[in-house]
Design a protein around this ligand. Structure first.
Ligand code: PMT
Length: 427
């Protein structure tokens, strides 16, 4: 992508695709390819009947992910997977059901959860779009029960895309044909683009710090930590996909820059502080996800320090408090959002940092070295704003944790400037 090209609204989006048992299922492999080509991640759930029209093998190969049909694991080898209906509902940015058959439309309207497809329908997080593409024979589509069920789903927040008219598999001509994959992909992209405009972060300037800093001991050695940058990069990506203009100030990490994000690489805390300072006046939200070294060697040597004895002394001096500086100078309307990582009494220390540094919100990590904290893909955060009760999030993929953090940021923006525009909607 060139710098001037606008990224597809599908880029980086996580789409759960539900496939029901109708002849139109034959179009779904092409749909998966199109969505992936535009940068979306796809996971697929299908009904047992759908598997008779299009194979799991084709769909899992094209999506790069296993396909799910039943809520309970289908083989004993997968038996730790039985909460997948919850994790898929947490994961997805949107749930697209194509084709949606009369039977599935009825089950969804009735709240029946007897397979993975119908169960994910109610585990999907609130505010995430549900888009249904009904496809069936013309007589079925115009039947009173199908019309009633679709009307109910529409009234309850689903986007129903009316089928097209034309030749049907039955040999009849009528309304019931699922649109072509190109049209479906376009409708999904438009849904994301519209939702993006409803985010409070659209058009706002967000600065995110990420990764570790390296503090030089001499020309070849440094003090650092195990931060991978994953948490900060996830926050930057989520903010960019909500339409914010994002600057990511990153310590040394091996991650790729998220699409649409302006990245500034730094090494030391002082460099990070300088880069943050350049943007502090203009940004609307400053999010400190970096694990900044609190201390640096007072006088780093230029070359390599030679070993001379059994011990060695290093004098360390305090580094600038980057987010603290931002919070001290921030103007009305600017928000300072920090993270906190402590080995014990996490909440107590996080609340103390929120007050001492003058932050608006702090995400308190819990750290176990395996599933949360440094250098892993998941995290457990508690969001504290000092006014409402702390909100502990479950164990989440860092990308999902970043979305929840930004939902909380948008809530703060709504409280501060309710007149700005409509309620923030997280997608
Ligand atoms: O990068 P990952 O491997 O994904 O790991 C993510 C993470 C654990 C590093 C991240 O979630 C995190 O918690 N980052 C902050 C860790 C930390 O340094 O916490 P702290 O309690 O020491 O600092 C509190 C806040 O002040 C943080 O927002 C920090 O960025 C900021 N700070 C700290 C020191 C300093 N000199 N300047 C700062 O701005």
């Amino acid at each position: 992508m060139t710098e001037t090209e606008v990224p597809s609204p599908l880029r980086g989006k996580k789409i759960l695709l539900g496939i029901c048992g109708g002849i139109a299922a034959y179009k779904t492999p092409m749909l998966v390819r199109l969505l992936k080509k535009q940068g979306a991640e796809i996971r697929i759930v299908m009904t047992g009947a759908a598997a008779r029209f299009v194979t799991e093998l084709t769909l899992s190969t094209l999506s790069g992910e296993p396909v799910s049909k039943e809520v309970l694991p289908e083989t004993e080898a997968n038996d730790s997977d039985w909460t997948r209906h919850i994790s898929l509902g947490e994961w997805a940015d949107a749930y697209v059901i194509a084709p949606a058959t009369a039977n599935t439309v009825a089950r969804l309207a009735a709240g029946i959860c007897d397979d993975m497809l119908s169960t994910c329908f109610i585990t999907l997080r609130p505010n995430r779009p549900k888009i249904l593409f009904p496809a069936m024979d013309g007589e079925m589509f115009s039947s009173a029960s199908v019309r009633r069920n679709l009307a109910w789903l529409s009234e309850n927040g689903c986007r129903i895309i009316e089928p097209e008219s034309g030749d049907l598999a039955s040999g009849q001509c009528g309304t019931g044909r699922m649109p072509e994959p190109e049209i479906i992909a376009q409708i999904i992209a438009e849904t994301f683009a519209e939702t993006r405009q409803k985010s409070r972060l659209t058009g706002k300037s967000v600065v995110v710090t990420a990764g570790p800093t390296r503090e030089k001991i001499d020309g070849v050695r440094f003090i650092s930590n195990y931060s991978s940058g994953k948490m900060g990069f996830a926050v930057a990506q989520a903010a960019a996909s909500r339409g914010a203009s994002v600057t990511l100030i990153s310590g040394p990490v091996t991650l790729q820059t998220p699409p649409g994000v302006d990245r500034q690489d730094v090494e030391t805390a002082e460099e990070m502080n300088r880069e943050a300072g350049k943007r502090a006046g203009e940004c609307d939200v400053f999010i400190g996800a970096a694990a900044v070294a609190d201390y640096r060697p007072e006088t780093p040597a230029r070359g390599k320090i030679r070993k001379t004895g059994a011990t060695m002394e290093l004098t360390l001096v305090r580094n600038p408090d980057i987010i603290g500086e931002f919070a001290r100078r921030k103007k009305t309307g600017q928000l300072a959002v920090g993270f906190s990582l402590e080995p014990t009494e996490e909440l107590h220390h996080a609340e103390e940092k929120l007050r001492r540094k003058g932050l608006d919100l702090i995400a308190c990590n819990t750290f176990d070295g395996e599933t949360r904290g440094f250098d892993v893909d998941t995290n457990v955060l508690t969001l504290i704003d000092g006014r409402s009760e702390p909100r502990r999030l479950p164990l989440l993929d860092k990308r999902e944790a970043a979305e929840r953090l930004l939902d909380a940021v948008e809530e703060l923006m709504n409280e501060q400037q309710p007149e700005d525009h409509g309620a923030g909607l997280a997608v």
